[in-house]
Design a protein around this ligand. Structure first.
Ligand SMILES: [Zn+2]
Length: 280
């Protein structure tokens, strides 16, 4: 299988979910072997931040990438679309710290990339081939990540909230899944009781009912209750996990199963996986 990039550049304008700041993002074609690399065009010298697990920093409610003093916040929905659609190489030019949240899903990204089209490049993909089972469990949160050898890449996610609205839900992605239709439209979500605390600690300044599902326990969803899927929260956690797995820097050939995944857990689990001799 050859590496791929986009045929043409795609531009997105919006605001950051947590910073609330306006931002413009240009996703540009890049040569084979380049990988997915952010560039902060607003900073002196326009420093680059490769989307790699080694650059994943401490996170609160979203993923953070950092190289030197240059940071990129909330890259996960953009990276999810690139990874799931098989875009190996792209330069992600950003003129602020946080990727635009758009409608809280990955649909605008996926639709733009499919419209731009993918171009095969003159270099082979080098997948990370899982050779032995890997398991990581976080006893404090109860989250687990398991990666087993398999012929193809697949991801299964189970969420388990003490919530009458969300509760236990599952979602799955594999080679036969239409990411743009089945995963990308699922929106980010939070619980109404957490909103004031997140606002108090400087988060979700750009959050609104236009870009997030809000769960009002035990009544249901606030505002527009029209879910895109019955299990939209689980599908969104799957979307997030695909974005976080993209930080492996290469496609993973293996079966991934996650229970109660979250960004901080995902980043730590992926770093441990990459450091463990269970793949080649
Ligand atoms: Zn998300």
């Amino acid at each position: 299988m050859k590496q791929h990039t986009l045929k043409t550049a795609c531009t997105f304008r919006g605001t950051g979910l947590h910073t609330g700041r306006p931002v413009s993002l240009e996703v540009c074609p890049a040569p084979a072997g380049h990988g997915l690399v952010f560039q902060r065009t607003d900073l002196p010298g326009a420093p680059c931040v490769p989307a790699l697990a080694a650059n994943a920093g401490r996170t609160r409610r979203s993923t953070l990438l950092q190289a030197g003093r240059a940071k990129v916040r909330t890259p996960e929905h953009l990276l999810s679309a690139l990874y799931a659609l098989g875009v190996d190489n792209a330069l992600l030019r950003l003129d602020a710290e946080e990727v635009p949240i758009l409608d809280g899903s990955a649909r605008p990204f996926a639709e733009a990339f499919l419209a731009a089209g993918l171009e095969a490049q003159d270099a082979d993909r080098k997948p990370i081939v899982v050779t032995k089972p890997f398991v990581y469990a976080d006893t404090r949160s109860g989250s687990t990540l398991r990666i087993d050898p398999a012929e193809d890449f697949s991801v299964e996610v189970t969420v388990d909230y003490p919530s009458r609205v969300v509760g236990v839900q599952r979602a799955r992605f594999d080679a036969g899944t239409d990411f743009a239709a089945q995963v990308a439209p699922s929106r980010t979500f939070c619980f109404k009781k957490e909103v004031w605390m997140m606002r108090l600690t400087g988060l979700i300044r750009g959050g609104s009912l236009d870009n997030a599902l809000v769960v009002d326990e035990p009544r249901g969803y606030v505002g527009d209750p029209a879910l895109h899927f019955d299990n939209e929260p689980a599908r969104h956690k799957l979307l997030d996990l695909l974005g976080d797995l993209s930080l492996a820097g290469r496609p993973i050939r293996g079966r991934v199963q996650a229970y109660k995944p979250g960004h901080r857990f995902n980043a730590h689990a992926l770093q441990l996986f990459l450091a463990t001799p269970c793949h080649e």
